[in-house]
Design a protein around this ligand. Structure first.
Ligand code: UDP
Length: 479
């Protein structure tokens, strides 16, 4: 393995939230919570460990929460594991199984336990040298679950945070639970994204539910004027309309950033300014069903004025996702096979990840340019891209599964499609919104207020402080 990577966390003040939440609800109790966290955790560190710096929901959530803890004076640290490819192939299989999907179809037997434990033992040793008794360590997802006993042995309080699950577990899900259970059982607390995801085999008294959230101030979600949106799309090469406006955004440290890089594009010609755009933004993952989106577009959105963008990160940038390159290759092959007239209206957009804040601004601009955002997942832990689109007043059409159902109130703040494989219903829902801009705008407004009231990071920060206080009051380590 390579050394675990320490991620730089730029401290943020909560004051921006005070201004955003004009009526003050939501901010209530925040000062006290911050002061409490600082007091209880004086002289102790709170660690978060995950397995990719970029390109997925978990890193996004950490980026939206940890800077505020730092800003409140809490010594919070973020470590990214760097492991061998075989390990990430195995953990991707576990990830897929936890979604009820066979993934690469491989086993979860004794040799997999051996690989899993031997790989994590080294990282565990390195972290064990750094973590002190009474520190708290949050271990995220299956990739880090095997560290639970090692960190507990180092004297830390351990929280296992599971971001994935399914509404109805099948045999594969249970197989993955069985694989991970011996490790996670020793945690002091478990956090799941939805009540439905809690494993029935775990001590229910130690579990909590916390939904993910977005940060409205990051480059991915901050306000962008329409001309800056155009300028970003022109700079990355997606749009055909040249502009002299500078494609600027604001970095987390307050300094101005500028979009400079190009996207890698598979398209016949750039996106015309006057057409309607339907976009899905996600990792290149089978469970995001890109082929289904292309087929839906080809069969049910056959109109010269409707274009499609499938947008995702550059190859290899999501370090714990070894399947991304193959999925992307299949998407490009499917795009090539579209009939000419349809292919000329579909754009595969691969965004550079060299500068994550710049990448965020690109995602932001594409989401704002889209007339309808879709998330046609076949399984989804939460689906942050849904809240991201809703925050920008976009109508989102998405599969009724996982955390997507918690975000969208069907017919009000978006549209949920019961069967994720029902292409016709997806097509019709998208079409209806494109044909009725007044309804789409109303839905977009409702979508933003839904995120404003429920899915901003500030609401979760209080939950974390409560959890930390509870962990602190449990005295001796549970387990
Ligand atoms: N994302 C990104 N750049 C990309 C594609 C995706 O930053 O090119 C982000 C996206 O904006 C979202 C996250 O990756 O914040 C995906 O999170 P989600 O919960 O939707 O799905 P996951 O990847 O965790 O399955």
């Amino acid at each position: 393995m390579a050394e675990p990577e320490f991620v730089h966390i730029v401290p943020q003040s909560l004051e921006a939230y005070r201004e955003l939440l004009v009526d003050g609800d939501g901010f209530e109790g925040m000062d006290q919570a911050a002061a409490m966290a600082k007091r209880i955790y004086a002289g102790r560190a709170i660690w978060h460990v995950n397995s990719t710096l970029s390109g997925g929901g978990v890193s996004e959530i950490l980026r939206s929460l940890l800077p505020y803890a730092r800003g409140a004076g809490v010594d919070v640290r973020w470590v990214v594991l760097r492991e061998i490819p075989e390990f990430f192939e195995l953990t991707k299989r576990i990830h897929n199984n936890l979604h009820g999907n066979p993934g690469d179809g491989g086993e979860l037997g004794e040799s997999e336990h051996r690989l899993y434990e031997e790989t994590l033992a080294e990282s565990g040793n390195r972290l064990g040298d750094l973590v002190r008794t009474d520190d708290v360590i949050f271990l995220h997802d299956p990739q880090t679950a095997g560290l639970v006993p090692l960190m507990a042995a180092a004297g830390a309080r351990v929280v296992w945070r599971c971001h994935i699950g399914v509404d109805h577990p099948n045999q594969l899900v249970r197989r993955a639970w069985r694989f991970l259970s011996p490790y996670v059982e020793e945690a002091d607390a478990y956090v799941f994204s939805r009540p439905e995801y809690i494993w029935d085999s775990l001590d229910q008294a130690r579990t909590r539910v916390m939904a993910p959230s977005i940060d409205p101030f990051l480059s991915k979600n901050q306000d962008l004027s329409p001309d800056v949106v155009e300028a970003i799309l022109w700079t990355i090469g997606l749009a055909d309309k040249e502009t002299s406006v500078v494609p600027v955004f604001t970095r987390a440290d307050g300094t101005p950033g500028r979009v400079e890089r190009h996207a890698e594009l598979f398209e016949e010609a750039p996106l015309p300014a006057e057409v309607k755009l339907v976009a899905q933004i996600s990792r290149w993952d089978e469970l995001k069903d890109h082929p289904g989106v292309l087929e839906c577009f080809s069969r049910y959105l056959d109109d010269p004025d409707i274009h499609l963008a499938l947008v995702g990160p550059s190859d290899g940038s999501v370090s714990d996702d070894p399947e991304g390159a193959a999925v992307l290759a299949d998407v490009i092959a499917a795009w090539r096979q579209l009939p000419d007239a349809k292919r000329s209206r579909a754009h595969i957009v691969i965004l550079p990840m060299d500068d994550l804040e710049e990448n965020g601004a690109m995602v932001n601009a594409i989401q704002r340019r889209a007339d309808v955002i879709i998330q046609k997942s076949l399984a989804e832990g939460f689906g942050l891209t849904v809240s991201e689109g809703m925050w920008k007043e976009r109508p989102v059409v998405a599969s009724r599964l996982g955390g997507i159902q918690d975000q969208i109130v069907d017919g009000e703040s978006g549209v949920l499609i019961d069967d994720p494989r029902d292409l016709e219903s997806f097509g019709r829902a998208i079409r209806d919104l494109l044909d009725d801009p007044v309804r789409a705008a109303k839905m977009g407004k409702a979508a933003r207020s839904r995120v404003m009231n429920s899915f901003l990071g500030i609401y979760r920060l209080k939950g974390y402080v409560e959890l930390l206080a509870a962990l602190d009051s449990t005295g001796d380590r549970a387990g």
